[in-house]
Design a protein around this ligand. Sequence first.
Ligand SMILES: Cc1cc2nc3c(=O)[nH]c(=O)nc-3n(C[C@H](O)[C@H](O)[C@H](O)COP(=O)(O)OP(=O)(O)OC[C@H]3O[C@@H](n4cnc5c(N)ncnc54)[C@H](O)[C@@H]3O)c2cc1C
Length: 426
Amino acid sequence: MAARVPAFDAPVSTGAPLARDIDVEVAIVGAGYSGLSAAYALQKRGVECAVLDANPVGWGASGRNGGVVSSKFRVSFPAIASAHGIDVAKRMHRLAHDGVRTVEALVDEFKLERAGFERSGSLRCAHTERAFASIRAEADWLRTSLNDTSMTVQSRAQVAHETGSAGFVGGVLSADAGTILPLEYVRGIAAGMTARGVPIYESTPVIDMSRAQDGRVHLRAPGGSVRAKQVIVATNAYSNLTDATASYHRELVPFRSAMIATAPLPSDLDAQLMVNRRSYTETRRMMKWFRKVDGRMLFGGRDAFGKEGEPTGFDALQRAMIALFPQLKDVAVDYRWSGYVGMTFNALPHVGRSDDATTFCLGYNGAGVAMASLIGQHAAALALGETPELALLAQNGLRPVPFHTLRAPGVRLVAAWYQFLDAVGA
Ligand SMILES: Cc1cc2nc3c(=O)[nH]c(=O)nc-3n(C[C@H](O)[C@H](O)[C@H](O)COP(=O)(O)OP(=O)(O)OC[C@H]3O[C@@H](n4cnc5c(N)ncnc54)[C@H](O)[C@@H]3O)c2cc1C
């Protein structure tokens, strides 16, 4: 039973590493949602491909996230409309909802009942009146400008009843969203691809990528090599695992994201908290999110202050949980884990080609369950020379974050500033 929460059951390698030299049409680096979705799209078109990962399937963010399936970007649709016009906002809105459709389609196609996908909606909880006014205005704008009726405003009392927390002044419920068990989802797609004959080589770090004289890309791993006409780099916030993919890391500002899971809740608390089993997020800049899995509370938040594996930040997360849910003060925390999310400067995912044989997709800004499932498939289309609708997500060539080496102190500064603004309710 414990295996249902991501870090309760850290992924172990089941696939063999690459141990010979192979030739494929498209090589995919990274076996998270992005890479496996790209493999899925290629296999559907009859294109021979292989997936290589330095680690077991789902070891990256795809196996350790909060399982919130959402239909939004970090940039709001009204902000997109005012900067780029209503037509672009409509295209971005379509992409955001396509992400949820993609999760549904993959769950159906591979019969991923174990992934427990529920389109139960996502409730965004406002921590101040000002934040509430802003998310209400956004919901109004979506209804009147984009004809999106999936948002409903909830009063303070409704949010308190739904969540069991008196810490919010109101909220907006998005119906086109839900929850999933992230590790089951990524493993399920991988098992489906393996059953269809797509090789997934685990424990296979790509340590070198170069162009051969015949124009093919040559990927070298410790046990063998791959020659491919095209490569898709789907390594996101873990791109710095080897030098071969490190240039993609410079597209991103990696932010550590941490999660805790309580012991199973006593039955009275279980009946009181998160009664509709949705995903819940809040409006603070250093956002927290929460949901229930198997009667345990999962609580997550951005924690920029420590490195992965360090205990820093988990106690702060537990304190934040208790501040919102004082009922949990005597409930033990059984599990703690963290991982990196890839933030981008424009707060949007990036997908494009870094040269005529290499496509990349990354930077989901902490909302990649649905988006990476979709964008991986668009990356596959790009690699085949197709022109999928990408609106503002399209990026031609790599554009490294300026002063990338200063990112760690930069992230700490920004995080501290955001925490200050949250604390003063600004
Ligand atoms: C703690 C946490 C909570 C999150 N919560 C949510 C949430 O609730 N909802 C949501 O939508 N999103 C969430 N996210 C974000 C989401 O998990 C990611 O956006 C998504 O999983 C990205 O998938 P990916 O396939 O692009 O990358 P990953 O899943 O990170 O996969 C990248 C893979 O590349 C491999 N790799 C890297 N370099 C190499 C190399 N050189 N050779 C071979 N392999 C390599 C790595 O081993 C890794 O397996 C969360 C992230 C974290 C860390």
